[in-house]
Design a protein around this ligand. Structure first.
Ligand code: TMP
Ligand code: ZN
Length: 407
């Protein structure tokens, strides 16, 4: 078989982890449609040349982001607060001054842009998920239902002119064809404009064993080293980085046209830290694979033991990440009879591959289970506070990262 090549620079990809056959993670469908859910091999490799960690195989985007794509960013208070903060900063700093233009790639339900819309900032969201776009439009957000790429960007430029800020959160790593995206950014971005994107941090994933961050939609696992190389490869420059607590640890990357801004000291500091963390070596993935296997063994035996003891366990949060956990561990409705989730679009469906019914969170207390397996661990504080009476009634939370434990 020919070597797999890096999607960014064409270098050779070395496989570092294989999580086996996995379904499209957001394919929440009715039970009768479960056999139609597409599967693929979930494995990642790292580029010998630019260090970009990426999936070896990918699912076609139109199988992941269909019109009925159920993810809604606004489902969490923490996420809403974060993006309202991002939007307020944009409103205050007004990139491009009065009449400045802001584009968001992957605007979802308008969680960020609605604040810009309310403040009268010229903006456009670009997102292929039509149902999420409709929600954004209800908030007065201007949206184009489309995949962002070089052609879309040319159209947007023809209609609106240059963008002073292009923003994207938790979307950029979902797009395999970043060459086309960067060509689009090149067309659309003003000479002194900034491209700012936020994404999960590879260092945090490895440090905290967040293996469930690996699923179909996360094609790339960015590090400062690899993003710096990527920006340079496409004729841009990484000028700033900032760590964010979101999703177990994310980084906000600020990219400018080459030579427009002096890179901040933070860029070099993050690079040095990643080197010190061994992010460029292979041992880190050997340890990661061993830790993942340990979680699998411990979680399955815990669920079996609880079942043998007559305890009822349900899942909480039908996250995209849960697809990796459930399918990698081989957990189905026999061990976990339901997963509760607040997203209306997921309720009444089954989890992809593992076929566990997804129920409204109202069912959680009706009656409370003995244990709840928390898939939405990134929202732990918010969920545990909301479900305080579960704990008051003697219920216990099971969390599986960085290792299986009762929280
Ligand atoms: P996410 O981690 O990808 O944002 O997904 C979180 C999932 O958890 C999403 O399907 C909504 C669900 N959820 C609840 O059911 N209740 C909650 O309180 C929160 C914050 C999320
Ligand atoms: Zn590469």
């Amino acid at each position: 078989m020919a070597d797999k090549r890096c999607r960014i620079c064409g270098g050779i990809l070395r496989e570092v982890l294989d999580l086996g056959r996995q379904p499209v993670s957001n394919a929440f469908v009715r039970l009768e449609d479960a056999p139609k859910v597409p599967f693929f091999r979930l494995a990642i490799g790292r580029c010998d040349s630019c260090a970009m960690v990426q999936q070896l195989e990918t699912v076609p985007p139109n199988e992941m982001y269909r019109a009925d794509y159920p993810y809604r960013a606004s489902g969490s208070l923490m996420i809403r607060r974060h993006f309202e903060g991002v939007a307020r900063e944009i409103v205050e700093t007004r990139p491009g001054g009065e009449g400045g233009f802001v584009v968001e790639i992957g605007s979802n339900d308008g969680v960020m842009l609605k604040t810009l819309a309310a403040a009268g900032v010229r903006h456009l969201g670009v997102d292929p998920a039509a149902s999420a776009d409709d929600v954004a439009r209800e908030h007065g957000v201007n949206v184009r239902t489309d995949f962002f790429n070089a052609e879309t960007a040319a159209d947007v430029y023809a209609e609106y002119g240059h963008a002073n800020l292009i923003f994207s959160a938790n979307t950029f790593s979902h797009i395999s064809y970043l060459d086309s995206i960067f060509r689009g950014i090149d067309t659309l971005l003003a000479a002194d404009g900034l491209f700012v994107f936020e994404d999960r941090s590879l260092a945090d994933i490895l440090r905290h064993n967040y293996f469930d961050q690996i699923y179909d939609e996360h094609i790339y696992f960015f590090s400062v080293v690899s993003v710096k190389a990527m920006a340079a490869h496409f004729g841009f420059e990484l000028v700033d980085v900032e760590h964010l607590p979101l999703h177990g640890g994310s980084i906000r990357y600020t990219v400018a046209r080459k030579g427009v801004r002096e890179p901040s000291a933070a860029v070099a500091e993050f690079v040095a830290q990643e080197e010190a963390d061994g992010l460029l070596g292979s041992d880190v993935f050997v340890r990661f694979a061993a830790d993942i296997d340990r979680v699998k063994a411990d979680l399955v035996s815990l669920l079996r033991d609880l079942q043998a003891d007559g305890r009822r366990v349900v899942g909480y949060g039908a996250t995209s990440r849960s697809a990796t956990v459930l399918n990698y561990c081989g957990i189905g409705p026999d061990l976990l009879p339901m997963v509760c989730d607040s997203t209306a679009e997921k309720q009444g469906c089954v989890t992809p591959g593992s076929m566990i019914p997804v129920c409204p969170t109202a069912d959680f207390s009706n009656p409370y289970p003995d244990y709840a397996l928390l898939f939405a661990w990134n929202h732990a504080e918010e969920i545990m506070a909301k479900e305080q009476s579960f704990q008051d009634a003697g219920g216990k939370w099971i969390v599986y990262v960085p290792k299986v434990h009762i929280a």
